[in-house]
Write a protein that binds this ligand. Sequence first.
Ligand SMILES: [Zn+2]
Length: 242
Amino acid sequence: MAEVYGQLAFDFDELAREEARAQVDQWRDAPLHFTSEYYSPHELEEAFAHWTFLNGNFDSYRRSHMWHRGIAHEQQTVLGDHSGEMFSADLRSDRGHLGPGELLAQMICEPCDWHVITADENAAVEAWHDHALPGWRALPVVPAQIKVRHESGLTTVAKTWIAERYPADMQVHGAPIITERSPVGTRHVPSYSPWGGYDLSSTALDTPAAPRGSSRTVRRELPDFAGPRPCVTSDRGRGLGD
Ligand SMILES: [Zn+2]
């Protein structure tokens, strides 16, 4: 009986799929292929789900070239009136062929209809912080001598160090910290700050951490960011910075 039911369920799915394929021209939401236009996280998710419904899950990132949630970035970072969400798109071709592109990152701030598309996940994270929290580049860098995390989260020594040195108005929900890393640990990690924001690698800045024992760390303003530039930005309407 279960087998018969399973067969029926399968047939209904197939029927719905056939119908959806026949009506694909009428799809009016986010496109069922790569796009650099702004769409909300929900619109991108709906479109990708529809593509996999039509075409199956196998190798769907690479076959569709569509925006999907990054594996390590399923959450959103809410910071004041902003909300950062990360997506990826795989424009690489199959092995052995010349690819149409590369692995792209997109960070979206839905309350502002803002997004940025970059060739590098870190650059997208940094661009979103520029958008949501001007001044973050002048935050003190937690030096490598301070052990920042253990198994159960941030260490007491790190929390104390940060609480004493970070400006009060930067110690808010969703705000980032900047930590000095080993040469290989350069990824910006979401939800690892004491306030649920990013733990940004100091490689985001062109400045080293302060020498050991120094009570003041990097406070220098960094108006001219020399790092990777976003290749696409847009903020549709709504007067940013109002
Ligand atoms: Zn925003």
